[in-house]
Design a protein around this ligand. Sequence first.
Ligand SMILES: Cc1cc2nc3c(=O)[nH]c(=O)nc-3n(C[C@H](O)[C@H](O)[C@H](O)COP(=O)(O)OP(=O)(O)OC[C@H]3O[C@@H](n4cnc5c(N)ncnc54)[C@H](O)[C@@H]3O)c2cc1C
Length: 451
Amino acid sequence: MKVSVIGAGLAGCEAAWQLANRGISVRLFEMKPVKYSPAHHYKGFAELVCSNSLKASRVASAAGLLKEEMYRLGSIVVRAARETAVPAGGALAVDRYLFSDRMTQLICEHPLIEVVSEEVTAIPDGPVIIATGPLTSDAFSAAIGEKLGESYLSFYDAASPIVSFDSVDMTKAFFAARYGNGEDDYINCPMNKEEYEAFHAALVSAESVELKDFEKHQLKVYEGCMPVEVLAKRGSDSIRFGPLKPVGLRDPRTGHRPWAVVQLRAENAEKTMYNLVGFQTNLRFPEQKRVFSMIPGLENAEFVRYGVMHRNTFLNSPKLLDAAYNLRSDRRIYFAGQMTGVEGYIESAASGILAGINMAMQLQGKDPLILPRDTMMGALAGYISDPTVTDFQPMGSNMGLLPPNPTRIKDKAARYQAVADRALESFENCLADFTEKTGDDLLKRISKEVL
Ligand SMILES: Cc1cc2nc3c(=O)[nH]c(=O)nc-3n(C[C@H](O)[C@H](O)[C@H](O)COP(=O)(O)OP(=O)(O)OC[C@H]3O[C@@H](n4cnc5c(N)ncnc54)[C@H](O)[C@@H]3O)c2cc1C
């Protein structure tokens, strides 16, 4: 039996590699060079469409930890990236063409991978991994929408920034629900008139990201999700009557209703991360840091994700997928990559590794590899499949996804080191258990090589 893997991007290549290295034949469909998405230009596989950086290398960082876990699972992306790296200080950056060429060569030379250069327009029969990325072709998007229901598919990303709870100054911000309705679920950052006017002035004059033509076309369709800076330009009070409305809230420090309030809502069940409600934005990242740090309580906020607006096909995964990246309603189908709601090159690749391994396990009648939530790969898989998440938005790796360390460490570097050490220990314990149960020869071999 052959597994169909659709899309030879970062996720699809990883999935195909994991399957083929377990002796399972793969038919890998890629529409390039017959057809290109608006952002893809190079003929090779695993094309990096924008930056050439796979982010930080040091293990005591979110991206470094993720790459270390991927490496220990035999990642083809980490291998090819290290072989084609260019000097980039503490980051792993690559020559994008050499990287893509090396990925293409490794995949094409594998005896169990057959490459088919065509656009897939219908979900094939039999076992299939769908990894067609944020710019999935229109015809195939329609086929996925038909299978899952249109409401489960988003076509672009309008995300608000997210800050870590630890970094919010709670001597200025306060917990409360509007009119005292329900639990005190929101963090409220109150502004007086002066603070509001200074914030508004900074917001309307801040610099935005230039949108590509195809994105402008997409954004016109979705008037409902207007960037906060565009709303602010409609008048000095427009955001005070919108996302910053203070009604039903009293600042416990003054006993009065503030002039304006920015509300923060928990992003995860552990409440380690909070998003700025209604702050979907297209401002440049340094401008977001500068302007949003003017909000009382967020002066020293750590932004674990900035707001973004761009074309991005992604699933409402918490309703559809489990932590093995398997479609709950049709077990022969797995999804991988950016379309599952993980965000970023390495995150997409990491999900491809797990989808590939877990498809192999399913075909062999074995249990899936579900990594613990205190590992970075496990945290990402847990996030995209967590049915308690509402208003699901894509997420990249960040330390806020991991449960906090039980002992409080003040120094950030030492805190991250402790969390990374815990993650790798947990990762190794889980793999030892998994290889013993499944007898997976590949992981046994890899762990001998890397440890
Ligand atoms: C414009 C843009 C810029 C980005 N910049 C960055 C960045 O700088 N850093 C970062 O970390 N992340 C970035 N991302 C986010 C994301 O990490 C990348 O998009 C990443 O490549 C996603 O990996 P993937 O494997 O899911 O999809 P992709 O790498 O896009 O791979 C999908 C593959 O599927 C193919 N395909 C699509 N439809 C079909 C079909 N119907 N049949 C057959 N093949 C098909 C495509 O040609 C493509 O090769 C960016 C995304 C976009 C859209």
